[in-house]
Design a binder for this molecule. Structure first.
Ligand code: IPD
Ligand code: CA
Ligand code: CA
Length: 256
């Protein structure tokens, strides 16, 4: 695992260096499925650096990456990559974006690394060995009073009336709860892991948005489930991550 960890850290930092270098510069921007679902040439540049490095060191490992898709090898190891999480922020020069890479073995996320080079914040977690920000151990908040909780959520590019993410948002802001929407699910999860936010939820995420952050929150002492309250299983789109203390309150809001 040490060799894999070394490659993970290098790949995250190398892609992060590209992100920083190109931040607020000129780059091509294309639209994906919707007019506001963007991909920049920096997303693909970061992704190539990461994938080439992994393939060079571990040619038998599988890869699932947002822009490049999936390669399915027989290996139990799968790398799950979001070359830039928060692409819309990046494209507009907002420094809330990051590189997110996780390593899954069979069905377990073993390693997670998320780097926001604009803030020089490197988040890392290893299963059973804790979560860290720039090398220092981090833990979720101790907030138990839901009425004073500080929350963050996200919204999909395509609004879906059947899930209606605005319903819970609207209920909670009417109660006066402070809720943020940063635009990077990976950073939302990191910021729950280090105690800045008390909880995060979103209705439609992909595995690359959440894989590394899920491990960070769990290793920092938090809880990550679907909206039924079952342990989150990586490929599920809905996610609730919290400091554990206010988890039941938010589940209740999401389901009532
Ligand atoms: C998006 C961000 C955003 C979340 C979206 C994701 P992208 O990822 O994580 O916060 O609300 O659901 O798709 O497109 O910036 O990699
Ligand atoms: Ca993403
Ligand atoms: Ca992305």
């Amino acid at each position: 695992m040490e060799n894999i960890k070394k490659v993970l850290l290098e790949a995250t930092h190398e892609a992060g260096a590209i992100l920083l270098e190109r931040f607020q510069g000129h780059f091509e921007i294309e639209h994906k499925e919707g007019i506001n679902d963007l991909v920049t040439e920096v997303d693909t540049a970061c992704e190539s650096v990461i994938i080439n490095k992994i393939k060079h060191h571990f040619p038998d490992h599988s890869i699932l990456s947002e822009e490049d898709g999936a390669t399915a090898n027989a290996s139990p190891f799968q790398w799950i990559i979001d070359p830039i999480d928060g692409t819309v922020n990046f494209a507009h020069g907002v420094p809330l974006c990051c590189v997110s890479i996780a390593l899954k073995k069979d069905n377990e996320i073993m390693l997670g690394a998320i780097y926001n080079p604009m803030m020089d914040e490197f988040f890392f977690a290893e299963k059973g060995k804790g979560a860290y920000l720039n090398g220092d151990p981090i833990s979720v908040s101790s907030k138990a009073d839901f009425n004073t909780a500080f929350l963050v959520t996200g919204f999909p590019y395509h609004y879906d009336n059947s899930t209606d993410p605005l319903r819970v948002f609207s209920k909670l802001i009417k109660r006066g709860l402070p809720i943020r929407r940063l635009g990077s699910a990976a950073l939302d999860l990191c910021w729950v892991a280090c105690g800045r936010f008390d909880a995060f939820w979103e209705y439609f995420l992909n595995p690359w948005d959440l894989a590394a952050g899920l491990l960070l929150v769990r290793e920092a002492g938090g809880r990550v489930t679907n909206f039924k309250g079952d342990e989150h299983a990586i490929f599920e789109p809905e996610m609730l991550a919290s400091n554990d203390h206010i988890h039941a309150d938010l589940l209740n809001e999401l389901n009532s």
